[in-house]
Each structure stands twice: as C-alpha cells, then as structure tokens.
Design a protein around this ligand. Structure first.
Ligand code: GDP
Ligand code: ZN
Length: 361
C-alpha cells in the first residue's frame, strides 16, 4: 500500500494522519437519463459479470460462461453517482429476451442489459475534458499500477515514471516498475540501468523488475507480482506492453486482435480493456491513463508525493519552503550532497512548474 504521509502539514491530514485530498469528495449526481434506483430486488434471470471493454455506447461484460454485449438499463441499481459504468465494474446483467410468439422465447445469446453495478473498491478518474468539476471514471476496482518502460527503443524517461508514480499514489494503487527489452542492452550496461532504478527499488520500496518479453526472461517474477491482483498496465507505446501481455496470457493474440474480438469490428480504440490472466487476476490496459498521470496537482501538494523528501522538508528554514529558490533549504542540501536522488528532484521541479519538457528549465 502506498504510504500516507503522516508528517504532512497538519491542515492537509485528518485525525488518522490520512491526507485529506485522498478523501472522496461528494459529487453531485450526474445529469443523465438513466435513473439510479437503489436496492431494487434483482431480476431472477440476472447473472454477474465484469465489464471488460466499451463497445461504442454499449459494454462487453464477461460473465461466467460467456461475453455479453450490454446496454445500461433505464433504471440501474448503483451506489455511485459519477460515470455509471466503467471497465472493471462488477455488474449484474439480465439477458435480453425476444418474444417469438407461439414458438416461445428466443434468447439473444450474447446481448444483455446491465441492471446493477456493485460499489467500487477503487477508482481512477480524471476531470472530463472541457467540463468543469465533472469526474470521469477511467477504470474501477484495480489495485496495482504496473509502469512499463524499456531499456532502449524507446529509452525510459524518469520524468514520466515519476508522474505515473504520482498517479498510483493518488489512486491508492500499489506501484510496480517493469523495465523491458533487457536483451537489447549489452552486459556491461545492465548494472548501470539497475543502479539508475536504485532510488525506486531501495529508497521507495517499489518492486523493479528487469524483463525481456523477447527472450522470455523475468516473466515468472512479473507473473508472481500480478497473480490475484487487478493491475493497470501503463507506459509509453512501443515499450512492449502487448508483447508482455501475450507472454503472460500465453497467447499469440496481439492487443489489436483482442480489442477487435471484444468490439466485433467497431473501431473503438480509446477505451480500457480488461484481460484475465491464467494465473488469476487481470490486467487492465488503459490508453486514458496518460492524461490521468498529468492530472493537475496543487503546487503545495507536489512535495508530498516525493515521500523521500519528507524527512528533509521539516528542516528547511521556511515552513513554506518550496525547495526551489529559498535559502537554507534542507531538500536542496540533501540533493547537493547526494542523499537525495537528483533526478527525482528534477521531476519534482518539472511537475511543480507544470512543465513536461525534459530540456526546459
Ligand atoms: P506496446 O506498444 O507497448 O504494446 O509494445 P509492443 O508489444 O507492440 O512492442 C513494440 C515493439 O518492441 C515490437 O516490435 C516488439 O516486437 C518489440 N519488443 C517488445 N518486447 C521486446 C523485448 O523484450 N525485446 C526486444 N528486443 N523487442 C521487444
Ligand atoms: Zn526547502
């Protein structure tokens, strides 16, 4: 579990030491034509399933025996008020039945209606583009975030990794870092990369796994971290996410094929996709996370996401120190004398200044 910073500023924590901005904010009910009806007794024909992917205005729901293409019922039983249905939601669906008159009923084999959405254990959301104060839930019920990068082609970018780690912290997800394409790295450079990730592995206690999808190395260890969990996969394109998912699912399907299978020829490529693992648990592949990762932060909050800074922030001369230009700043001193990782400090500066460009300062 991500650590809550109990020594954060008093006005930012509640009595239990939990950061206040972790507390769910009561949202106003969405204006929607779908009515929320609580505790409605379930239809006898209802079966449970998990939402695996959007399909235009509909959803693919994986039930025990089949995948069902589902619409949302006019009255749905659910306790949340924002984004009625999201990938990862546990739902109850009623198969659609067409009355064929004297010949009896004909059941549409793979069509159904979502009548109930179970309460969410976790959710990742972002502000919907263009609309103020409207929350859009990207995925529900995931508990880990696996940040996938590659040694080279493309070379990993620690600024981006640090943004993803903030996203994980914000969403209360356990982070894992996977460094793929180790096969492309000459032996003498392997240790350099391991050293480069030392701050994550040893200071922050985040699992860092060196793998190669091509050579099938490190996959078992990765599998051990994913077993039984609901893991969001994220990272830049081209780092090998699809290749790793293929290894993990022991399938030869390309992700494009998997989406096509669920979407049955529609061209929706923007939604998240939940893929079950043979070892138990599932991976959710969400293209929307890139935006989530750069969800705007209050400048005052940023330092609390760099938890290794916390022991130093209390020693700065000014309590309002932003650790940028102020004199007698204990954070800057710790960076200068090597106690704090200089790259993490750079990420802090970029994020604080809302600046994503590595080369601009
Ligand atoms: P995604 O965009 O993150 O899903 O990446 P892909 O799985 O599509 O991989 C991008 C490219 O990198 C493809 O050409 C893969 O064959 C290649 N690739 C993936 N993993 C490895 C690896 O471990 N080693 C090498 N050498 N190439 C890899
Ligand atoms: Zn300072």
């Amino acid at each position: 579990m991500p650590k809550k910073h109990i020594n954060a500023q008093p006005d930012l924590v509640d009595d239990d030491g939990v950061r206040l901005f972790f507390k769910p904010v009561q949202k106003k009910a969405e204006k929607t034509r779908t009515k929320i009806k609580r505790s409605k007794s379930l239809d006898n024909n209802a079966v449970s399933g998990i939402v695996v992917s959007p399909a235009g205005p509909k959803w693919w729901v994986k039930g025990l025996d089949a995948s069902l293409l589902c619409t949302v019922s006019g009255t749905v039983d659910c306790s949340h008020t924002s984004t009625m249905v999201a990938v990862g939601d546990r739902v109850w669906v009623v198969p659609l039945v067409e009355d064929e008159g004297a010949d009896g009923e004909v059941v549409h084999q793979n069509e159904a209606m979502i009548v109930k959405v179970e309460p969410r254990s976790t959710l990742l959301s972002r502000k919907a583009a263009g609309k103020q104060d409207k929350e859009q839930v990207l995925v529900a019920n995931v508990n880990q975030l696996c940040v996938v990068v590659s040694t080279v082609m493309p070379t990993y970018n620690k600024r981006l990794i640090d943004r993803y780690l903030i996203a994980a912290d914000k969403g209360d997800l356990r982070p894992i870092i996977v460094v793929n394409k180790t096969d492309l790295l000459a032996d003498e450079f392997q240790q350099d990369v391991i050293d480069d990730f030392d701050v994550y592995a040893n200071k922050l206690g985040i699992p860092v796994l060196m793998v190669s999808a091509a050579k099938n190395t490190g996959i078992e260890e990765l599998e051990a971290h994913l077993t039984g969990a609901e893991t969001l996969f994220s990272g830049p394109s081209g780092v090998g996410k699809s290749s790793l998912i293929n290894r993990l699912t022991k399938s030869n399907l390309r992700i494009g094929d998997i989406s096509e299978y669920y979407e049955k020829g529609t061209h929706t490529t923007t939604g998240a996709l939940r893929i079950e693992l043979p070892c138990g648990g599932a991976i959710v592949d969400s293209p929307g996370l890139r935006e989530f990762a750069i969800w705007d932060l209050d400048p005052q909050e940023v330092q609390f996401y760099f938890e290794e800074f916390i022991p130093y922030t209390t020693k700065c001369r000014f309590t309002s120190c932003t650790h940028t230009h102020e004199p007698d700043c204990a954070v800057k001193e710790a960076v200068d004398n090597g106690e704090l990782d200089v790259e993490r400090y750079l990420s802090y500066m970029y994020i604080l200044h809302g600046n994503a460009d590595e080369h601009e300062r």
